[in-house]
Design a protein around this ligand. Structure first.
Ligand code: GDP
Ligand code: IMO
Ligand code: MG
Length: 430
């Protein structure tokens, strides 16, 4: 049995959706385990684009089970809209192929409003969140006042829990001079959609245990990236969940021994959406080329993604933090036209050379990247499926990245299309 966790090794949008979809041909079950509809995972299959936020990327294939685990925060209306949207593209979503954990915590409208209020009043300190209510929802989970999927079963429980959570939110809202949030309309709205959500709800840990005993292959699909992890990322410019691979165990209800291989998805350059440190950011014409050629606009918010050179120091660090066994290198084709390609191999902090990202955000903002330079290949790699067909300079760049980060590059993606992928080593067979 081989179960794989896919995580982003940078600041998200590395191409996790494409790679999960490609790998899910070999999997039986695909599980989302953290994050929420802040994620935007894009799949392109025979020219048709699918954008997934909450649904696991295995959903588009027939005869696969898709699971939203307990670690995900779920906006029930966003989920229902997404189901309708994907069904309109001919994808089946029904109780036999889709499960949501009864313990998943809900994102409710007052979470979204709190996210917006905070961002709008933070001035220079704003995070640049997706404004989907992710942070406030995770706060309520840890604060033990959250509403979970299972609470939709009983009007009495729902009423009591809404009372408790709104007591908290309304105290803050009053303090900020905002209107208090009324319970009754929200309760009515939730009870109206409750059957549509509850029909998918199950104890996920139990189903995963069954799948393991049946020797089914499970693919865990991470959202965001390790540098957005609330513990290990560029705090406070992070998301509010643990995005590292070990979250797959807590976020779905299985032990760490259920994970056999961690695949880190890594862009051949670097992007970031929202605020926060970005040592290799390019604010020049090369940054523009990467953004235009790589179509670097947010899947969820359409915001322009900040672009920069590949940061080997960061990826080497996230490989260690998350226990990454192999890398899928994506968007190599975006570098095709460049004369010169650079990789950050060290930082300068106040005249001192350092080999890792310092923990304090003040230092992260100060460090200057030290680069190694590579000649470009100036020829198209778009759609190449065989490593031998790559230009020599592209191979040299890939091997230099592999050598520096200290992890095997097990696949290389050369276009958004599912099958435009070079397989070097099958993670399901290692
Ligand atoms: P995710 O959040 O990690 O799933 O990534 P996103 O879907 O948000 O962003 C990745 C973008 O790059 C999407 O538009 C993909 O279709 C696209 N993409 C993925 N792999 C490649 C690739 O190898 N080459 C190019 N040009 N685009 C890619
Ligand atoms: P996928 O799964 C890129 C970023 C936001 C912001 C920070 C906090 O598509 O890779 P949040 O709304 O989570 O509180 O915002 O995290 N962010 C992402 N950036 N890809 C994502 O997901 C992201 N999800 C959140 O832009 O900087
Ligand atoms: Mg994305």
């Amino acid at each position: 049995m081989k179960n794989i966790v896919v995580v982003g090794s940078q600041w998200g949008d590395e191409g996790k959706g494409k790679i999960v979809d490609w790998l899910s041909e070999q999997a039986d079950v695909v599980v989302r385990f953290q994050g929420g509809h802040n994620a935007g995972h894009t799949l392109v299959i025979d020219g048709i684009t699918y954008k997934l936020r909450l649904l696991p990327s295995g959903i588009v294939r027939k005869n696969k089970i898709s699971i939203i685990g307990n670690g995900v925060v779920v906006d029930p209306w966003a989920l229902l809209n997404e189901i309708d949207e994907i069904k309109s593209k001919g994808v089946q979503v029904h109780v036999d192929n889709f499960i949501i954990s009864e313990s998943a915590n809900l994102i409710l409208p007052f979470h979204r409003e709190m996210d917006e209020i905070r961002e709008d009043t933070a001035g220079k300190g704003k995070i640049g969140t997706t404004r989907r209510g992710i942070g406030p929802a995770y706060e309520d989970k840890v604060g033990r006042r959250s509403i979970r999927v299972m609470d939709l079963r009983s009007e009495k429980n729902l009423d009591q829990r809404l009372e408790a959570v709104l007591l908290h939110h309304n105290a803050i809202r009053k303090g900020l001079g905002k209107k208090i949030f009324e319970k009754n309309q929200l309760k009515k709205d939730l009870l109206k959609i409750a059957p549509d959500i509850l029909k998918f709800s199950q104890p996920v840990w139990l189903r995963i245990d069954e799948f393991k005993r049946q020797k089914k292959k499970i693919l865990f699909e991470g959202a965001q990236g390790i540098l957005l992890d609330v513990d290990h990322g560029t705090y406070p410019f992070v998301t509010s969940s643990n995005t590292v691979a070990s979250s797959a165990a807590t976020g779905s209800g299985c032990g760490p021994n259920s994970i056999n291989y961690v695949l880190g998805i890594t862009k051949a350059y670097t992007t970031r959406v929202g605020e926060g440190p970005f040592p290799t950011e390019l604010k020049d014409s090369i940054g523009e080329i990467l953004g235009t050629k790589g179509k670097e606009f947010g899947t969820v918010t359409s915001r322009k993604r900040r672009c920069g050179w590949f940061d080997g120091v960061l990826v080497r660090q996230t490989i260690k933090i998350s226990g990454i066994d192999g890398i899928a290198l994506t968007k190599l084709d975006v570098l095709d036209e460049l004369d010169e390609i650079k990789m950050c191999v060290q930082y300068d902090l106040d005249g001192k050379k350092i080999d890792y990202l310092p923990a304090a955000v003040e230092d992260q903002l100060k460090i200057k990247p030290i680069y190694k330079s590579f000649p470009g290949w100036k020829t198209s790699t778009n759609g190449i499926k065989n490593i031998d067909e790559l230009p020599e300079n592209a191979k040299n760049y890939i091997y230099a990245v592999e050598d520096f980060i200290g992890s095997k590059i097990s696949s290389i993606s050369t276009s958004p299309e599912r099958d435009d992928t070079i397989l070097v080593e099958n993670p399901f067979e290692t």
